[in-house]
Design a protein around this ligand. Structure first.
Ligand SMILES: Cc1ncc(COP(=O)(O)O)c(C=O)c1O
Length: 448
């Protein structure tokens, strides 16, 4: 087993996760222009489970534990593998009590009727990763379960990064799936959570947050105030000691790792079925989902679980597409001979590429309307390295994809959650694609 590290992909600052929480980069200075995101490196990819290896059933946080920073940290600091598993199971059982069920590997299969329904070339296969049945109804809980397991390891081992942890509340700015996920995980851990929400947050979401015991803070926009009031509230709470418990890589670098489980599960399923993927189309808001899928698949390729990376295409809406704009700028600037140098330049000149969306966006896919793609650079890398593209779906296409997605698969997925299919339909509509193996994620159950 090689040494694990957490390193900022922007400035190179290295964090020891036993001593410092691997959340926001401690090397970041205001307005330094650098894209700071702490990324965990395990040093190898060889610990992927073998095909028939049973590592504790269907819980991905057990099955893939050897690929997690928390597990490496636990074992390096006196906790046994059995004790780590018991800690995960304890948290998972508490989640099941709060939300009905704990974490299980979610289905990932080709849907035979989908290619015909969306006019894909004959012979195409379209795989759907169905996350609507995941804890709290979307993939978001994966990001936060990874973080919570790490916090629990700190508590259990008494490492200095965990000093006075329980005196600190958790905080998140969100009024959607991320908030619901945070509330479930926090409740199961019996950890107080502050959620900063806008005045127009959806009533069923607020009701559920209250049921889960989260403290909701309605943030009104103040006269002359610049920036999102919820985000400002969240920042203020963190400044006075709260633990950031969100899903953006720049705020909580480690949150991305829990999402890697999606990439690992997809790769495992492909291996099991002797298949491969040519293309993954992933919808993007803040970018953690896409970044996590990319990194997880990359690790699976390195471990030899799948033979090669699929092309990765991202999807945003005509309401807001800051990633598409950043990718276009990147393509204009990049050195075609040296991707690493071009990415490094982008990491050190963030504002030249990722510019916040200038107006208030609207879309039926309202969960992906982030005015900045926080994890943009990993996605720029994903698209550039795999010869993918940044797609923008129209409102008509988003509606059409949602209708077909619901009817053909029987999955009650929201417009946000089926936006990847809208992008795939746009690609097929160009007529330029031949029969392929493509995949989308349906994440985000329809809440009516
Ligand atoms: C259902 C659903 N899918 C996808 C996303 C996008 O994820 P990310 O913000 O990590 O890009 C969100 C974000 O809120 C979501 O709720």
């Amino acid at each position: 087993m090689t040494a694990f590290r957490v390193v900022c992909s922007g400035c190179g600052y290295t964090v020891d996760p036993a001593a410092t929480l691997p959340f926001a980069c401690p090397g970041a200075a205001p307005d330094d222009g650098i894209d700071h995101v702490l990324v965990r490196h395990l040093g190898d990819g060889a610990d992927f489970p073998a095909p028939a290896e049973d590592l504790g059933g269907e819980n991905p946080f057990l099955r893939y534990r050897r690929l997690s920073l928390a597990h490496r940290l636990a074992l390096a600091n006196g906790l046994s593998d059995e004790a780590f598993c018991a800690l995960v199971e304890e948290q998972d059982t508490a989640i099941a009590r709060v939300d009905g069920s704990g974490f299980r590997v979610t289905p990932f299969n080709p849907v035979p009727a989908l290619p015909g329904a969306i006019g894909a070339p004959q012979g195409s296969r379209i795989w759907v990763k169905n996350e609507t049945g995941n804890v709290s109804g979307s993939h978001k809980a994966r990001h936060l379960m990874g973080v919570m397991i790490y916090l629990k390891v700190l508590e259990r081992t008494g490492l200095s990064a965990g000093k006075d942890l329980r005196d600190r509340r958790l905080a998140i700015a969100s009024c959607g799936n991320a908030a619901l996920a945070a509330a479930v995980i926090a409740r199961a851990a019996d950890w107080p959570l502050d959620v900063f929400i806008p005045p127009d947050a959806e009533e069923p979401v607020v009701r559920r947050l209250n049921e889960l015991g989260a403290s909701c803070h309605v943030m009104e926009r103040q006269e002359g105030q610049a920036g999102d009031p919820c985000y400002l509230g969240f920042r203020k709470a963190v400044a006075v000691g709260s633990l950031p418990f969100g899903v953006q890589g720049n705020e909580v670098g480690l949150a991305i790792e829990g999402g890697h489980t999606l990439g690992w599960e997809m790769a495992d399923a492909l291996r099991q079925q002797g298949s491969h993927l040519d293309l993954l189309v992933v919808h993007v808001g803040g970018g953690a989902l896409g970044s996590a899928c990319y990194r997880g698949l990359q690790e699976a390729v390195r471990a030899g679980v799948i033979g090669r990376m699929p092309h990765i295409c991202t999807v945003q809406t005509t309401g807001a597409y800051p990633l598409k704009q950043a990718f276009t700028r990147f393509l204009g600037e990049r050195d075609p001979e040296d991707l690493a140098a071009s990415l490094n330049h982008a990491a050190r000149n963030r504002a030249d590429y990722m510019k916040p969306w200038p107006s208030t966006p609207h879309s039926v896919a309202h969960g992906i309307l982030d005015d900045e793609t926080y994890d943009w650079l990993a996605l720029v890398e994903a698209m550039a390295a795999t010869d993918g593209d940044a797609l923008v779906a129209s409102e008509d296409r988003l509606r059409q994809a949602n209708k077909i997605g619901n009817e053909v698969t029987g999955i009650a997925v929201s417009h946000t959650g089926s936006a990847g299919l809208a992008g795939l339909m746009d690609l097929f509509a160009t007529g330029a694609i031949e029969a392929i193996n493509a995949a989308v994620l349906f994440t985000g159950t329809e809440r009516s």
